[in-house]
Design a protein around this ligand. Structure first.
Ligand code: ADP
Ligand code: 5GP
Length: 402
């Protein structure tokens, strides 16, 4: 990033940035990093309270519309922004509930830098802050017919509130019992290719003659539900995820033998003879790559199903007393409309009060950044905030958050 110090114009009290009239453009905050100002809020024809993003290049005096990845926050009554570590902007939506109040606009994280390179354009990415600490996503790979789907179904059945399946997109036709939106998002190739170009996919690969891919949204919805995300993807996809900034656990499932794999594939009876042959040919390479590529943290042999399932549970820390469960969201709590934010070391201090911030300045909300994990694609997990000092009117029940 540039050498000039980063600073923030909150609420655009100054209005002008190098001659560019931000206020009349209707944008709500501008965060300056080097020679770029990241403008959040309505610019040009957008409504002021929408959270569109534009970049004002101060050197060239140009306004750029970047490709905005991730789910965009819904409009709010106003927002504040503060820069974190020169690579992301923390945004607080005013007057919103805690489950929707903290968002991160990533402007120069590893994910954004990679996407900028792949897509060849200016990129930023939204990542929503979620409370609690869901464990890192689990990537499960292995040759077709080895039993990945069976193991994942057993896990989801035994721990329905703990795991969520990342529903992939595919261009292959549905099998008899498969449901659109549940097992896969069954998609036309041209539509999927368009969405890939738009940066909607975390990874994608051609597998057994069809296109398969994990959308960023597929991973986000699981994190939003406070669940641990499971991805059933091939080795190429696992390699892409490993290279991305999604911090995941990688497990490869091996068959006891090629003969047994062939038996299982045929017994499943879901593929034509030609497809079975193609899958078996690919299996050999996949197993070699799975064992030797260094992508996978763990290799499981699925010989006896029950034993393999027990080993999987052990890897996931599910063999003892289970204490984790998704945290219930506090109901009826709102982030106040009037606030000012500052950053001290790893803490964000949110001063709440009236517009002049004098009358009720005796309470603060503290957001501890040291507990944050993950980021786009997906969600920024581990949000931990609490109120300090005495309460006064207007806190809207924030004590429930401590
Ligand atoms: P994948 O998702 O890896 O393609 P599936 O979970 O669909 O594989 O399993 C393929 C077939 O093998 C299914 O009919 C399943 O019931 C069967 N299967 C899975 N694991 C075992 C096992 N350990 N022993 C015998 N059959 C198995
Ligand atoms: P199937 O057609 O049997 O459901 O899946 C075939 C292969 O595609 C499996 O190895 C499965 O892991 C892989 N696969 C499923 N979804 C995805 C995905 O989103 N991305 C990638 N790269 N592979 C996937």
């Amino acid at each position: 990033m540039g050498e000039a110090p980063a600073f923030i114009i909150d609420d655009l009290q100054t209005g002008f940035l190098n001659g560019f009239d931000l206020k009349s453009q209707g944008c709500a905050t501008a965060t300056v990093i080097g020679n770029k100002a990241y403008l959040i809020g309505g610019v040009n024809d957008e409504p002021t309270l929408s959270l569109g993003v534009h970049i004002f290049d101060q050197t060239r005096g140009e306004l750029v519309s970047p490709l905005v990845l991730g789910t965009k926050p819904t409009p709010c009554k106003g927002h504040s922004a503060v820069l974190l570590n020169e690579d992301r902007i923390l945004m607080i939506k005013r007057g919103s509930v805690p489950d929707d109040c903290i968002w991160f606009l990533e402007v120069d994280t590893q994910f954004v830098r990679e996407q900028r390179k792949i897509l060849g354009t200016e990129v930023v990415a939204w990542s929503k802050g979620v409370r609690g600490n869901a464990d890192k996503p689990v990537v499960i790979s292995g040759p077709s017919g080895v039993g990945k789907g069976t193991l994942i179904s057993m896990l989801m059945k035994e721990f329905p509130s703990m795991f969520g399946f990342s529903v992939s997109h595919t261009t292959r036709a549905p099998r008899g019992m498969e449901k659109d939106g549940v097992h896969y998002h069954f998609t036309e190739r041209s539509a999927m290719e368009r969405e890939i170009e738009d940066g909607k996919f975390l990874e994608f690969a051609a597998v057994h003659g069809n296109l398969y891919g994990t959308s960023v949204e597929a991973v986000e919805v699981v994190a939003d539900a406070g669940k641990r995300c499971i991805l059933d993807i091939d080795v190429q996809g696992a390699r892409s995820v490993k290279a991305s900034s999604l911090d995941a656990m990688f497990i490869f499932v091996c068959p006891p033998s090629m003969e047994e794999l062939e038996k299982r594939l045929r017994a499943r009876g879901t593929e034509t003879e030609e497809q079975v042959q193609k899958r078996l040919r690919n299996a050999q390479t996949e197993i070699e790559q799975g064992k030797s590529s260094g992508i996978f943290d763990h290799i499981l042999y699925n010989d006896n199903l029950e034993e393999c399932y027990e080993s999987l549970k052990k890897l996931l820390g599910l063999d003892g007393n289970i204490t984790t469960s998704p945290k219930a969201s506090p109901k009826g709590v709102e982030f106040p409309m009037d606030l000012a934010i500052s950053k001290i070391d790893q803490k964000i201090i949110i001063k709440c009060g009236s517009p002049d911030l004098k009358t009720t300045s005796n309470f603060r909300i503290v957001l501890d950044l040291s507990s944050l994990k993950g980021g786009a694609p997906g969600r920024t997990r581990g949000l931990d905030f609490y109120a300090i000092e005495s309460f006064s009117n207007g806190l809207n029940g924030f004590n429930q958050l401590s």
